[in-house]
Design a protein. Structure first.
Length: 522
């Protein structure tokens, strides 16, 4: 995975690609994997880093969505549960089987949630991760020692998937390139090209790191730009009405001791009717989320004070130790690319808008896909490529992703090893450290992360900025924003050596990174 050689190849390429995918989040990467594994000539362009936008800011659940079941959206839940099963099977190094517990504080909750979650299990069929079971108060406390015990009557436990979103994105890039796709970060599509019949036939792209623009010709252009889809749609048809409405979701990261065990908690109905999770993740707990309608379409959304307060207050009601602002190690915000139905009754309530994806083709054959979930990225990709094949009369090639092992695939990984998220690459990183003992040095005392992982990220995972490394390769930003700011200079130095950059680049990187990371402090 060498960005520079991929770019050189793109710049000199005169041939026509079968697929040009715009956007390197879950959706675009899934499409690139699907197209490349079917044998189509595929290129993917990402304007920033892979998963920089929404795809690194999820709740980290691979789930059917208990909440959608509550709303009676059975088809959506069944589809997501099936996809949960495929993802767990194809990327076991990244997708864990996680127990969730709903604490019951009212007499009717235990039978109600036991029945509901049994339906959830049944909908998963053969792809289920385990049965839901009612629990006594004593059992609930044993599994979640820090759960609020006042008025606790018992609980219900169920299973869902839990993963590392940005790591999965990196592994999808690797999977796509291993099947012949050309996938690059920091290349922005600025214009669409059209042929004499008014059909989209290519893109103008801009290298955001080294400057310069180039043109690419393609049979199918796929717009998978998440919350930014309307920008690309406007390049095609300036008069089109917006398709997407962003809704902000905020999460807080706190120490694992706030739950006290390895199980997650789920609050089915918060004071304002939302669902809230407390999920163990990399020795921390993620608390969230919110659902706030916002107007700005940005790569770095910022949490609102009231969102942070809401999560602290809600979590505090269900935990014996009430988390305070000083306990928050990281605050991150993400924007849901909700596909809004045209005639929606109440435009201020984004949580009422469909979470299902939207796939549309324009008169000029631009194919746009948005909405959906990380969990359903594979089926979204399959549907997109199937539609493109029909629309452009491409030679029919069947989808191969249901049983495709994702890069890093490793059965029964040791989830206690800090390198487990690398799957089969774990051995390569350890080998690198053996060959060069400097690479085994820790980046910071309190964490296991080493110099070797930074070097690995540059050489094998296309990391080109300090933010790429600390936010989406080793994820320190999400575990402890303050610590990540402390190690930024060290990471910049390692990167400068590897990428042959000068001192001013190093300084500029530290400053840019620090500015970003400051916004992740509570
Ligand atoms: C708070 C929150 C929690 C969530 N939790 C979960 C969860 O637990 N489980 C789950 O399954 N799903 C979850 N989701 C949903 C899931 O994260 C999203 O559905 C998914 O990440 C969307 O991916 P995407 O690729 O469509 O969009 P994005 O990740 O936003 O990717 C779009 C990409 O397009 C790029 N781009 C834009 N314009 C251009 C251009 N002109 N040229 C090149 N590139 C461009 C952007 O830089 C961006 O990287 C959550 C979402 C949110 C917001």
């Amino acid at each position: 995975m060498n960005r520079e050689s991929y770019i050189a190849q793109l710049k000199s390429s005169k041939e026509e690609w079968d697929f040009i995918v715009v956007g390197g989040g879950a959706t675009g990467l899934g499409i690139a994997v699907d197209a490349a594994t079917r044998g189509y000539k595929t290129v993917l362009l990402e304007q920033s880093d892979f998963a920089k936008a929404t795809s690194s800011r999820s709740t980290k659940l691979v789930h059917g969505g208990v909440r959608y079941l509550q709303k009676g959206d059975v088809a959506l839940v069944r589809e997501a549960l099936r996809e949960r099963g495929y993802l767990r099977k194809n990327a076991p190094h990244l997708v864990k089987n996680q127990r969730f517990i709903i604490g019951n504080y009212l007499w009717w909750e235990k039978p109600f949630y036991t029945i509901g979650l049994t339906v959830y299990d049944l909908l998963a069929g053969k792809m289920g991760l385990g049965h839901s079971i009612p629990m006594s108060k004593k059992e609930v406390i044993k599994h979640v020692p820090e759960i609020e015990q006042k008025n606790l009557k018992g609980g219900v436990a169920y299973k869902d998937g839990q993963f590392d979103d940005a790591r999965l994105a990196v592994n999808l890039v690797q999977t796509a390139t291993e099947h012949g796709a050309n996938v690059v970060n920091y290349v922005k599509v600025t214009e669409l090209l059209k042929d004499a019949n008014g059909k989209v036939s290519g893109v103008v792209a801009q290298d955001e790191l080294n400057g310069g623009t180039f043109k690419l010709k393609g049979k199918c252009i796929i717009n998978a730009t998440g919350i930014f889809v309307d920008d690309i749609i406007k390049m095609d048809a300036p008069e089109e009405k917006p398709l997407v409405r962003p809704s902000q979701g905020v999460h807080l990261v706190v120490d694992k001791s706030f739950l006290g065990g390895d199980d997650a908690i789920m609050v089915p109905k918060t004071s304002d009717g939302r669902v809230m999770f407390g999920v163990p993740w990399h020795n921390r707990v993620i608390l969230g989320t919110t659902d706030t309608p916002v107007k700005d379409f940005v790569l770095e959304p910022k949490a609102l004070q009231e969102e942070v307060d809401f999560i602290l207050e809600t979590a505090g009601r269900y935990l014996t130790r009430k988390p305070q602002r000083k306990d928050v190690l990281c605050v991150f915000a993400g924007l849901r690319p909700l596909a809004a139905p045209q005639k929606h009754a109440d435009e201020t309530k984004t949580k009422e808008i469909s979470r299902s994806h939207k796939l549309i083709a324009s008169d000029s054959d631009l194919i746009t896909i948005t909405g959906g979930k990380w969990t359903t990225y594979r089926i979204m990709a399959e549907e997109t490529i199937d539609l493109a094949i029909k629309r452009k009369s491409l030679p029919l090639k069947p989808c191969k992703t249901k049983n495709l092992k994702i890069h890093g695939y490793r059965e029964n990984p040791d989830y206690n090893h800090w390198l487990y998220v690398y799957g089969s690459d774990q051995d390569e990183i350890l080998r690198l450290q053996k060959e060069n003992p400097d690479y085994a040095h820790k980046l910071i005392d309190d964490y296991d992360f080493t110099v070797g992982e930074v070097v690995w990220a540059i050489r094998n995972e296309m990391a080109r900025t300090v933010d790429d490394v600390l936010a989406r390769r080793v994820r320190v930003l999400y575990l402890d924003a303050k610590a990540s700011i402390e190690i930024a200079p060290k990471v910049a130095k390692i990167m400068a050596q590897e990428l042959r950059k000068d001192e001013s680049w190093e300084k500029e990187q530290v400053k840019t990174y620090t500015d970003i990371a400051q916004c992740y402090l509570a």
